[in-house]
Design a protein around this ligand. Structure first.
Ligand code: DCP
Ligand code: MG
Length: 408
């Protein structure tokens, strides 16, 4: 088929307007939100990092810290060689701030961002904690798309307090490259007629679906950029790489027809939190579980999820994972019940030393209907007798014994 030719009878679909949002140095920006003194400073967020220690790996670094050669996945020890800690060298102007990962907090900030995106997009595909695609075809038009994208960035900045980069294009793959193009605080709009020109100089390794191995193979064929890929012979590419070759060829030409589809609904919602070392203070454990229970119930309410199972996870030293769950006669959205059931399930661990706790609701139901009327769960008294009545394990949901992986 000749380039640009349409099959007879093919619908003349208007170009879609796809917006891709990717937060800038996300974990570091979250740290700055609660510690504004960190704004403008080099900030490193370490996974498995403890203040004062040199263990762990860099989860992310602020753009100021990247100037010193600090990057994701680097060992903290190596990062410290490039950028010493302000805590160790307070007078050194070339020192930075190191913070441990606090995923619960980042997830919270991430879901506040997503809430705004759901308001602004016709459909939203969440990709990760800090990234999503929006189909905004019916919300804007190409001649005002830049203003729309600016509005998205401003709402996130104003209401959540963290910076985002945004790309707008007629397809997902180009929108992603566009959001990455002017980071941080980027805003790049690639209109339908400009896609080939925008993609042409982009490194072939940055084309969606090209990993390091394939990038090397493509370079061996003299294909260095998306432009080279777009003008390569599609039959040769298919011969060399199979159907995958054809897909890459299409992406390099901006022919990515994937619709912006929401991800499947989650099967469970959970939150967990670790103590520094382990604690013998059971009151602290109870309080932590109460906080997590409230957060999980709140998230379920916000996602319009009803749950049929409520569970806790308790990790005791050295690293023994215990999960307990209770199933309910029908789906509910009831924060007080989540609190009562989790506290009840926790009782068994009163004499244990505890490293980590988690709360999880599962068997989720997203159907839009009235909450089932549940005998036994309607009044506070009834709830109390059910959850504190010393049910034995045999009544608990056999599926409630979840693995660590499923818990997250
Ligand atoms: N992350 C991580 N380990 C990695 C990469 C990322 O823990 N190897 C975490 C930390 C990041 C977050 O995921 O803040 C989002 O990942 P991104 O790749 O979007 O990186 P950033 O948002 O940090 O930076 P950028 O501004 O380049 O998007
Ligand atoms: Mg990011």
């Amino acid at each position: 088929m000749v380039d640009g030719e349409r099959l007879p009878g093919a619908p003349d679909r208007p170009e879609r307007i796809v917006l891709h949002v990717d937060m800038d140095c996300f974990y570091a920006s979250c740290e700055r939100r609660r510690e504004p003194e960190l704004r403008g400073e080099p900030v490193v967020v370490g996974m498995g990092y403890e203040p004062g220690e040199t263990v762990g790996a860099v989860a992310t670094a602020s753009y100021e810290a990247r100037e010193y050669g600090v990057e994701s996945a680097q060992a903290i020890g190596a990062a410290l060689e490039n950028l010493p800690r302000k805590a160790d060298e307070p007078d050194n102007p070339d020192a930075g701030f190191y913070r441990p990962v606090d995923l619960d907090f980042y997830q919270d900030v991430g879901s506040d961002v997503k809430e705004i995106l759901y308001e602004l997009g016709d459909t939203v595909r969440e990709v990760s904690i800090d990234e999503a695609y929006l189909d905004v075809t019916d919300r804007t038009a190409w001649d005002v798309a830049e203003g729309f994208a600016r509005h998205v960035k401003q709402r996130i900045a104003r209401e959540v307090g963290v910076p985002a980069s945004v790309g707008v294009a007629p397809d997902m793959s180009t929108a992603k490259l566009a959001s990455d193009h002017d980071k941080p605080d980027g805003l790049v709009v690639v209109e339908p007629g400009e896609v080939r020109e925008f993609l042409a100089p982009i490194d072939v390794a940055d084309v969606h679906g090209v990993g390091p191995v394939r990038a090397r193979e493509l370079r061996e064929l003299g294909i260095e950029t998306a432009g080279d890929l777009a003008s390569a012979d599609p039959y040769e590419l298919t011969e060399e790489f199979g159907e995958r070759g054809r897909d890459l060829y299409r992406r390099a030409r901006g022919e990515d027809n994937r619709p912006v589809e929401p991800r499947g609904k989650p099967k469970s919602l959970s939150r967990e939190s670790a103590f520094d070392g382990a604690t013998d203070d059971f009151e602290r454990v109870r309080e932590q579980v109460a906080t997590l229970a409230a957060a999980v119930a709140d998230r379920a309410t916000r996602k319009d999820a009803f749950y049929r199972t409520i569970g806790v996870k308790v990790v005791t030293p050295p690293y023994d994972v215990h999960t307990r769950a209770e199933s309910l006669p029908g789906p509910v959205d009831d924060p007080e019940l989540v609190d009562a059931v989790t506290q009840d399930l926790l009782g068994e661990f009163a004499d244990e030393s505890v490293r980590k706790v988690g709360v999880r609701v599962s068997n989720l139901d997203f159907s839009e209907r009235e909450q089932a009327s549940l005998d036994g769960f309607e009044s506070d008294d009834a709830a109390a007798s059910t959850t504190h009545g010393g049910r034995d394990r045999s009544e608990r949901d056999p599926d409630g014994q979840v693995s660590l992986d499923e818990f997250d």
